[in-house]
Design a protein around this ligand. Structure first.
Ligand SMILES: C[S@@+](CC[C@H](N)C(=O)[O-])C[C@H]1O[C@@H](n2cnc3c(N)ncnc32)[C@H](O)[C@@H]1O
Length: 472
């Protein structure tokens, strides 16, 4: 989300602002706060998990449910919104896995939380352009899992080139029944992973690739703090003040369901170190990854040494137990960070993804299911992934294309060309620079039935090779 770097130039969004209205209304500011205060009066203080879920996805007042939150006029900006190159390189990654491992199965691309649909649009466009190697358009299906009906309609406008008039049900129905992107792939929407699974569980001969870009950092977390006097972990909760018009932090005095669970399942033991006094935990991430793995496992082919499918996770996060003791729960409002309790429903809420915990989870799952076939690669830094996927080459190509069109233009367009070239360079810099997204933004890939992949570079997926190999 380019979340902590408010001064960066918002490159792509300048030319791609949504034509939908940003219908945020300052008078709505306190509506969700009132709902939350009412809920606290009836049920007692909320976990951060419940607070985040309400603030982001409350059906009426949730942050994602009623406004276009992306880009310069919104609250944050994501990699695909910064540069088209991001989505083009992800498309190449998908094509590579599909060609290498699918054994001719049809390709299902499932994007989780697609925002404005910019990444899926770039992927769909790029796949159409790979004329030599692409799957036939009839063999490629795009599935978007999006909780927000408001964002679903923006995705439809962007991907299907069809602007529905909200009052025009015929148009909307026609568009939904057409179910094709403007580049030719079939396209389907689902409000949840559960609905996706139930509709597609009987699909046969498919190779699913799940893409989650900045999806898991919007997932709710629980927060815990160590009470050193009592030598125990307490959960941090959210209460309201005496008058019910401001929220504030409190510590649970007694065990909560989550503290009980984490002491029973050994999680507190795993992080027990005198240096760790605070941590965050997102059960929803593991539940979702488990559902995806379970779905992909069911796609297994009769010749069972085949890879069944994979997941690519791209997100802000950390990949070491040493970094666990950090407060990463943040709010962003109009590109500035603010107190996460101040504007529920109006500001974005986010927490860094604990990639080490995902890896632990996958290896525990392998042990429990007596299955060693799920392989995790990464997390690696965005700058490493993108440079291996060819960001330098693609940037050069785009600059040359601009140069060529420049030679055919009159003087009036010269300034536009130069401006466009500057934007291309600047946006690539934001993705790669260690002070911007280059290091903090990470990539992890999970392959299901990956027994033919060992840890050697030859078997690691492209993008995850070690740097010396990619420099060869
Ligand atoms: C931070 S945005 C990421 C947008 C997009 N991937 C991008 O990179 O531009 C999070 C997206 O996930 C969606 N989302 C959040 N929680 C969700 C859930 N539980 N189920 C499905 N979609 C969800 C939001 O509506 C939004 O589209």
């Amino acid at each position: 989300m380019n979340k902590s770097y408010g001064n960066s130039i918002l490159i792509r969004s300048l030319s791609k602002q949504s034509n939908s209205s940003n219908n945020e209304n300052e008078n709505d500011d306190s509506l969700l706060l009132k709902e939350i205060a009412k809920q606290i009066r009836f049920t007692g203080p909320l976990t951060v998990n419940d607070y985040m879920r309400l603030a982001l996805t409350h059906p009426k007042y949730g942050f994602y449910m009623r406004q276009d939150v992306f880009g310069e006029k919104g609250h944050f900006i994501t990699s695909p919104e910064i540069s088209q190159i991001f989505g083009e390189l992800i498309a190449i990654w998908i094509m590579y896995q599909w060609q290498k491992y699918s054994n001719g199965r049809q390709l299902d691309i499932i994007e989780l939380g697609p925002g404005r649909g910019t990444l899926s649009t770039d992927i769909a466009r790029s796949m159409e352009q790979f004329t030599q190697t692409r799957p036939s358009l009839n063999d490629c299906h795009l599935h978007l899992i999006e909780i927000s009906p408001f964002l679903q309609s923006i995705q439809q406008q962007n991907l299907c080139n069809h602007i529905p008039n909200n009052n025009d049900n015929d148009n909307l129905n026609e568009m939904k029944s057409t179910k094709r992107t403007k580049y030719g792939q079939s396209i389907h929407w689902y409000p949840s992973i559960d609905q996706f699974r139930s509709i597609n569980e009987h699909n046969e001969n498919r190779f699913p690739i799940f893409i989650a870009n900045e999806f898991f950092d919007a997932f709710p977390i629980h927060k815990f703090i160590k009470n050193s006097q009592q030598q125990k972990w307490n959960e941090l909760l959210i209460d309201h003040d005496e008058r019910g018009n401001q929220l504030r932090w409190i510590q649970s005095r007694n065990d909560t369901p989550m503290t009980k669970l984490l002491s029973l399942n050994g999680h507190f033991d795993r992080i027990d170190s005198p240096k760790i006094n605070h941590f965050e935990y997102s059960p929803m991430i593991f539940i979702t990854i488990d559902k995806i793995i379970d779905y992909i496992e069911r796609q297994q082919q009769p010749q069972n040494d085949c890879i069944s499918g994979c997941i690519l996770i791209c997100d802000y996060g950390f990949d070491s137990d040493h970094q666990i003791d950090r407060d990463t729960f943040r709010a962003y409002y109009q590109h500035k960070q603010l107190d996460p309790l101040l504007k529920p429903g109006m500001a974005d809420l986010t927490a860094d993804v604990d990639f080490a915990a995902i890896r632990h989870y996958v290896s525990e799952r392998n042990v429990k299911k007596k299955n060693v076939n799920i392989k995790c690669f990464g997390a690696i830094e965005q700058r490493q992934f993108l440079s291996q996927m060819g960001i330098g080459f693609r940037l050069k190509q785009l600059l040359q294309q601009q140069q060529q069109s420049f030679s055919h233009q009159d003087n009036n367009n010269t300034a536009t060309t130069v401006q466009r070239q500057k934007e291309l360079i600047s946006s690539a810099r934001i993705l790669m620079d260690e002070m911007e997204m280059g290091i903090r933004f990470k990539f992890m890939a999970i392959f299901i039935n990956g027994q033919q992949m060992d840890g050697d570079d030859d078997e690691k997926p492209v993008g995850f090779w070690s740097m010396d190999k990619s420099n060869e």
